[in-house]
Structures are given as structure tokens and as C-alpha cells.
Ligand binder design. Structure first.
Ligand code: SF4
Length: 299
């Protein structure tokens, strides 16, 4: 009979017909299922609850303050270099393409096997997509990235004699290479004055009030205008490292930040934290009050 074999529901009570028993079994399972689905829904909703976004100050600080902020970051990150592991411009180019939507640490775990299998642009240009995909699949968007690095390698072989070009326009003409990737390759591999704007740089520059630009190019223009060209390639690393270690997207560690005293976002973060703390306190107080009359009636 249906339900008779289900563990834990095998025993019929005295006087219970088989049909009754089956009905009870089915209802019990339906109840378990609905509770499970309810808990699942709650968990999904909890996960999907949007984290409060910390608004940017949306105003520029004075040039004096901006330069002071950058000076403090320079002091905090004096030996800033890229976290990507590479041995030549070709490997750096590939690593930067792979780093889109992926951490540098993950890229560094991925590239040794990739470069062992395809050590030169010529070797990568002749690779099969599926083989490359298998090697880089732990990086996000690995199918697109595999297609791009193979196509970029082909372009290097066909147009640049297997070498990574040193001109921005040539770099940006390669598949999978935009302004940010070109800037990283120019500044890191060739020591050129270039300032790449990624998500960390964009966020930290806004929080510090160095810019109100809404595009990476606008942010690049605002920040580079504050610095001599010789510092552009280092400033990129100061902001990235600061964004990763201290000025995190959702929980900036203002208490540990060397620019806290002059950062226009520090009061915004403090206010939001205070706002988040109060609803909890208010809730606890409300719960205490709601229990109070019940206790009083006992007496
Ligand atoms: S004070 Fe806070 S918001 Fe400002 S840069 Fe430092 S961590 Fe970021």
C-alpha cells in the first residue's frame, strides 16, 4: 500500500483503516514538504535582501585635501605592485583578461597550467577553445574569456609578430582588451604613465571625494589631474589595495583607515552604522515593552 513502506510511518493505530492511514501519511509528508519549502523560501529571501548601499558623498574635496589623501595612501602602500603573477607582457595580458569578474588570487591559481600548456602567443593561437576552457573554467565567464585570449593571441601573431604592442590603440584593438586592460598592461608591463580604473578604484576614488565622475574615463581624468604623470601607475595600485584591504564595498573599515580624518565618506559610513544599530535597539526595547504587561498581570 502507498505509504506503508515509508520509514517512521509504518504503524497503523488500532481501528485505523488503510485509507485513513494513507491519508495521514500523505498529509504528514505534505506538511514536511511545505515547512521545508517555507524554510527554503525564507533562506532565499534572507540571501536576497539587498545590502544597504553606502552612498558616495557626490562632492569633490578640495585639491589640497585630495592630494593629502593620495599622499597618505602612498605612505600606506609604498611598494604597491600588481598581485597578478606573470613573467612577460604576454602572460600579463592574458592574466588581466582573465581577471575580469574574478579575483587575482583565482587567476594566479589558474594561469600556471594555462601557460605551461600554451607558453607563447603562437601556441595559444593554435589552441582549441574547449581545451582552454577546461584550464580556465574556475574563472568566471570562462567561455568568453577562452575565446578572447585565443583571438588576442591570434591577433598578436598575425599583426604584431607575436609580441604585445606598446601603443594603447593597438592594445585596445585586441579582442577582450578595453581601456582598463590596456592601461594595466601599459603601466605594469611597460612602465607607461597610465591609470587603470577598475571597480575598487572607482569606489575608493568616489568615497575619497576625488571625483564625481560617472564613467571610468571621467574618474581616470579626475584622479590623474591630481598627480604628476610619474605617479599615475602607482596611484592605481594604492587605490586598489586600499579598496581590497580597508575601504571594502559593503563594510569599509574606517576605524583602521589612514585617511579617516579627512575622508568625506567616513561620516556617511558612521551615520549608516548608527542607523543600523538603532533599529535593533529599538526592536529590543519594543519586545521588552510587549512582554512587560504580561509579567505585570502575573503579580
Ligand atoms: S575613511 Fe572609510 S570610507 Fe573613507 S576611505 Fe577610509 S575606509 Fe573608505
Amino acid at each position: 500500500m502507498p505509504g506503508e513502506s515509508r520509514a517512521g510511518y509504518r504503524h497503523r493505530r488500532a481501528g485505523e483503516t488503510t485509507a485513513d492511514h494513507d491519508k495521514i501519511v500523505d498529509l504528514t509528508f505534505a506538511l514536511h514538504r511545505s515547512r521545508f519549502i517555507g524554510r527554503l523560501r525564507a533562506a532565499i529571501e534572507r540571501k536576497m535582501t539587498p545590502v544597504a548601499v553606502i552612498p558616495f558623498p557626490n562632492r569633490k574635496v578640495s585639491k589640497t585635501i585630495a592630494k593629502k589623501e593620495l599622499g597618505l595612501l602612498e605612505e600606506a602602500y609604498p611598494h604597491a605592485v600588481t598581485a597578478l603573477t606573470y613573467r612577460n607582457p604576454f602572460e600579463l595580458l592574458v592574466a588581466v583578461i582573465l581577471s575580469a569578474q574574478c579575483t587575482d588570487a583565482r587567476v594566479n591559481l589558474t594561469t600556471p597550467a594555462l601557460f605551461a600548456a600554451y607558453p607563447t602567443p603562437k601556441a595559444l593561437a593554435a589552441a582549441r577553445s574547449s581545451d582552454v576552457e577546461r584550464l580556465i573554467q574556475s574563472c568566471g565567464f570562462f567561455r568568453t574569456k577562452a575565446k578572447n585570449i585565443i583571438a588576442a593571441a591570434r591577433a598578436l601573431v598575425e599583426t604584431h609578430a607575436g609580441r604585445v604592442p606598446e601603443a594603447r590603440e593597438d592594445l585596445e584593438a585586441l579582442p577582450g582588451v578595453g581601456r582598463k586592460t590596456a592601461s594595466v598592461v601599459l603601466s605594469v608591463a611597460f612602465g607607461e604613465a597610465a591609470f587603470a580604473v577598475d571597480t575598487h578604484v572607482f569606489r575608493v576614488a568616489h568615497r575619497l571625494g576625488l571625483t564625481v565622475g560617472t564613467t571610468p574615463l571621467a574618474v581616470e581624468r579626475d584622479v590623474t589631474a591630481l598627480l604628476p604623470e610619474s605617479q599615475w601607475r602607482f596611484a592605481h595600485h594604492w587605490l586598489i589595495l586600499h579598496g581590497r584591504a580597508i575601504c571594502k564595498a559593503q563594510r569599509p573599515l574606517c576605524d583602521r583607515c589612514p585617511v579617516q580624518q579627512i575622508c568625506p565618506s567616513a561620516p556617511i559610513v558612521a551615520k549608516m552604522r548608527a542607523g543600523r544599530a538603532n533599529p535593533g535597539a529599538a526592536g529590543a526595547e519594543a519586545r521588552r515593552r510587549s512582554r512587560a504587561p504580561a509579567k505585570a498581570s502575573k503579580g
